[in-house]
Design a protein around this ligand. Structure first.
Ligand SMILES: Cc1ncc(COP(=O)(O)O)c(C=O)c1O
Length: 285
């Protein structure tokens, strides 16, 4: 029988509960957090994680009882509202749901829980991040008052990585269709632009010219950008539709900002374009 929702400090997401129970002494000694599904995650984040991960409210009591009977220490609760949270209120709902788990644990006579892990989902330097901070602070004040002495932790991923890296690609092919321009670049959805992990509306695209235009500034044209593979789905700007770009020549650069999260690390070598061979340069200023 598989029971979902228990994770440990070493992250055993959606684990088969009995494999945890039958684990060795070290696993029994580790402190576990019960991962819950964040309510409304599918409405408030671009990439909800709750279909695959997290206990439902009506599964919590049984999980805590199994843990207690097995001598496992569940010391708190974790949730992840989903990557790229867009509705701050989902954090409030998740904090409230976490508090309900603390209450169930208390009703079962367990040691008071001590840790709340509010997961990730944050984007740095955005208005919504400021709003999420306010929402989380007020939810914690309301549901986890100081006297509970709960340690609050988080697992930001994209927040740290996203803005740290800019991706420079080369224009390797051009097609003119009337006024419109279509560009092929040497990276695509099987490389740094994995469509399930990435949303092209999050990045900004800038053109950089290898040969500066001689006379006039280049014409601004409706453009589409394709990746290099044989797949017609390999369109880097698919989520943005047609975009306006200055007219580019072969070997010019297209530069994408905010490319540090879930980009190169999830790429493949499909069609021989090996994402891991893309060099990374670290610039100091
Ligand atoms: C358990 C867990 N914690 C943290 C993160 C980081 O999430 P984000 O990049 O949305 O902040 C992820 C990402 O999938 C995750 O699965």
């Amino acid at each position: 029988m598989a029971v979902h929702g228990v994770i440990g400090s070493g992250e055993i997401g959606s684990a088969d509960f009995f494999s945890v129970i039958s684990a060795g002494k070290e696993e029994r000694e580790c402190k576990l957090l019960l991962r819950i599904k964040a309510p409304n995650d599918y409405k408030g984040s671009l990439r909800p994680l709750g279909k695959k991960f997290g206990a439902l409210a009506d599964e919590v009591e049984a999980l805590l009882q199994y843990a207690a009977l097995s001598g496992l220490q569940v010391v708190g609760v974790s949730f992840h509202v989903g990557s790229i949270a867009e509705e701050p209120v989902i954090y409030r709902h998740a904090v409230a749901a976490a508090r309900a788990v603390f209450d169930v644990a208390a009703e079962l006579g367990m040691e008071p829980m001590q840790v709340l892990n509010i997961g990730g989902g944050f984007r740095a330097a955005t208005q919504v991040f400021e709003e999420i901070c306010d929402t989380v602070k007020s939810a914690i004040t309301d549901y986890f008052p100081k006297e509970m002495a709960v340690t609050i932790i988080a697992e930001p991923g994209r927040y740290f990585a996203e803005k740290a890296f800019t991706l420079a690609t080369n224009v390797i092919g051009i097609r003119a269709r009337g006024e419109r321009r279509e560009y092929w670049i040497n990276d695509g959805i099987y490389g740094s632009f994995s469509p399930t992990m990435h949303n092209s509306s999050l990045v900004s695209i800038k053109a950089a010219f290898c040969t500066p235009p001689v006379n006039e500034p280049p014409a601004i044209r409706s453009s589409v950008v394709y990746g290099p593979s044989c797949d017609s789905l390999d369109e880097v700007t698919a989520a943005s539709g047609e975009i306006m770009l200055p007219e580019l020549q072969l070997h010019d650069l297209l530069v994408f900002t905010n490319m540090g999260a879930y980009s190169k690390s999830v790429g493949t070598n499909f069609n021989g374009f090996d994402t891991f061979s893309i060099p990374t340069y670290i610039a100091y200023s």
